[in-house]
Design a protein around this ligand. Structure first.
Ligand code: ACO
Length: 271
């Protein structure tokens, strides 16, 4: 098993700061990549270095990887953005929102795009991403779970989109998947009240695929990974591509897309 501690350069105030601890561990074992938020003593709070590390993993993901598991060590999946970002001192080497406010709208929007890159790749058709979520998944933590294709959660899961309560918007790619999963009204309810969604509701409204006892989370994720790896790889990629495009297409267009994908499959299998 290859293992690498992902430590990145990058930061909101100055790209040239000394290497910062990203708090991300990354392992590849054959067709499975596992990303672990590994700062449990700070409830896996996320910094720009975390998002930079996630983006680099996406850029360098080995081609053989089919399933990516995202998990957090300790009692919480992730308590969201590192609250030091809201202080004048900021995160050492990465500045704070008050330094970010000084770089101008265009510069800050570019920083956000860089951060979002750490989340967006998790939806690629070539992989299936699974968030294994226990405890709190707040703000950026909730959005990281939303950036994955599937969410398997423990009974103690507590999702909360806290950004509006802090005067911010959710900007780490979470708004679209949230609306697609739960619908506009429920997404408004969840975000604009910053209330907590617990396991039963998460399951009921489609935020979670599966709820398991806390001690069973690892096994449930392993079982899902095994099931995902049991189907034909190329068919899985083509099917995910079809499913992802379905919402944007009419029924007629989707039927045409199915035919095109199937023709390629038949040719590959029997041609
Ligand atoms: N950023 C930085 N440090 C954090 C964060 C955070 N987001 N969350 C927790 N920590 C630290 C605490 O300061 C504490 O550090 P210390 O031991 O040095 O004092 C340690 O992690 C443990 O935190 P506790 O609060 O003691 O842990 P507990 O399990 O009781 O509570 C909880 C967990 C509910 C997640 C709580 O820590 C919390 O509310 N954190 C803040 C959540 C938040 O507002 N996040 C921002 C969301 S908005 C966004 O992400 C854009």
């Amino acid at each position: 098993m290859a293992e690498a501690q992902a430590q990145q350069r990058g930061g909101i105030a100055d790209d040239g700061f000394a290497e910062a601890e990203s708090g991300v561990r990354y392992e590849v074992d054959g067709e499975i990549a596992t990303i672990t938020l590994a700062r449990p003593e700070k409830r896996n709070a996320q910094t720009f270095a975390t998002w930079s590390a996630l983006a680099r993993i996406g850029e360098s993901l080995p081609e053989q990887v089919r399933v990516v598991v995202v998990k957090g060590e300790g009692p919480s999946f992730s308590a969201g953005i590192d609250l030091r970002m809201f202080t004048s001192e900021g995160v050492p080497g990465q500045g704070s929102f008050s330094t970010a406010a000084k770089i101008g709208d265009a510069g800050f929007e570019q920083r956000i795009r860089q951060a979002q890159a750490g989340f967006l790749w998790l939806r690629r058709p070539e992989i299936v991403s699974i968030a294994a979520v226990q405890g709190h998944a707040i703000g950026a933590g909730f959005q990281l779970a939303l950036s994955c294709d599937l969410r398997i959660v423990a009974e103690d899961v507590a999702f909360c989109m806290k950004e509006p309560a802090l005067g911010l918007v959710p900007d780490l790619t979470g708004t679209k998947p949230l609306v697609e999963l739960v619908g506009l009204a429920k997404a408004i309810d969840i975000c604009l009240t910053a209330r907590t969604v617990h396991a039963d509701e998460a399951m009921r409204i489609g935020l979670a695929e599966q709820v398991v006892a806390r001690g069973d989370l690892e096994q449930a994720v392993s079982d899902k990974v095994a099931a995902l790896l049991s189907v034909n790889r190329d068919a899985a990629v083509a099917t995910k591509r079809l499913l992802q495009g379905a919402r944007q297409r009419t029924l007629e267009e989707q039927s045409v897309a199915e035919g095109i994908e199937q023709a390629a499959r038949i040719k590959a299998l029997f041609g």
